[in-house]
Design a protein around this ligand. Sequence first.
Ligand code: AMP
Ligand code: GLY
Length: 420
Amino acid sequence: MNILILGSGGREHALAWAVMQNPKCDKLIVAPGNAGIAAIATCADLDILNGAAVIAFAEEHAIDFIIVGPEAPLAAGVADDLRNAGFSVFGPSKEAARLEASKSFTKEICDAANAPTAGYGHFTDAEAAKAHIRANGAPIVVKADGLAAGKGVIVAMDEQTALDAIDDMFGGEFGAAGAEVVIEEFMEGEEASYFILVDGETCLPIGTAQDHKRVGEGDTGLNTGGMGAYSPAPVLSDEIAQLAMDQIIRPTMKAMADRGSPYQGVLYAGLMIKDGQPRLVEYNVRFGDPECQVLMMRLGAQALDLMQACAEGRLAEATVNWADDHALTVVMAANGYPGAYKKGTVINGLNSLPETAHEMCFHAGTAARDGQIVATGGRVLNVTARGATLREAADRAYAMVDQIDWPEGFCRRDIGWRAL
Ligand code: AMP
Ligand code: GLY
């Protein structure tokens, strides 16, 4: 089988790593890919937001199955274009991708499904939004309605911060994404992520994870795309996961099917858990990054079979074989991230790292230049390991981190601390 993965981050490196282990995979192309992916698959330059270009590429390379990594091509309708052209695709339609692309849409679906989530108001006018904030007080959460690369959420602990966020959003700071806002009740609790494959009808859980969003140790400092993650998430016990399935996931997926836009792909549910009760924080329509890295390390080759069963509507007959193990990933980022940082700095020591079924350094933002690996982004490497315990996974991951020679990069030394 010839497989095409769209994307270029650590998530796509992990997907490629798992897919390559499956004997069904004859040829793997990742577009655009990165320097780490190039070591295990063919990388190709391709505008992945351009449906016609992706179709032409898939035809030229006789692709049998396409996995869409990031949200942007999904929100642009690339999965629809490919399916309409006759390809088998893992990833939701443009309409179903609104679960990530529009916060107000997700709130409406939760209303229709009676799913537990934060109370909210939806505003297209700054004065009405401010009146809502003044009436409800802080803490309160202000969200740009559209895709804002993870930066469109302001958790305001005081009223003035929330009012300023309204000015910023309606003032154009988030472009079109901020032309509408959702204002939510602040939820307390512990967050965890739940990953579920959905084929329009059947919902099959494939794992839980927790990430560390803050840049600093002890979960302090600025928000980032994620500085590390681990799976499973102890806070998401079997019992709470079942509640989330019964009260949130299945009802909302049924609401999607009922309105004529069944969901197909991986559903990433961000949950807030308090007193044994989960509530939905948000949906994403793709794997988390870096959560995907720990999930793929635990799933291995079967990930391809599961994604194919999902795309072909066969999840009712699929099963997930879970080892009773743990995985953990440490993100190495360029000094300065999530603020300004240098690009093009050289990373040494990568060649001597172990590459086994339980240790892998996934690349998130790298390129090969003059025979060396250089950093090309903020989050650059995802040093990932698996173990019988979380402690063992963490020790293995940090042993690899210590072999990497990159003076211009840093990582948090406490990934997994809550669970450890
Ligand atoms: P989102 O992009 O909607 O996941 O929001 C980003 C982060 O903001 C979440 O992971 C939470 O940590 C926080 N957050 C979002 N909504 C709420 C809420 N209603 N109450 C408390 N925290 C929230
Ligand atoms: N790690 C958070 C995300 O992928 O959205």
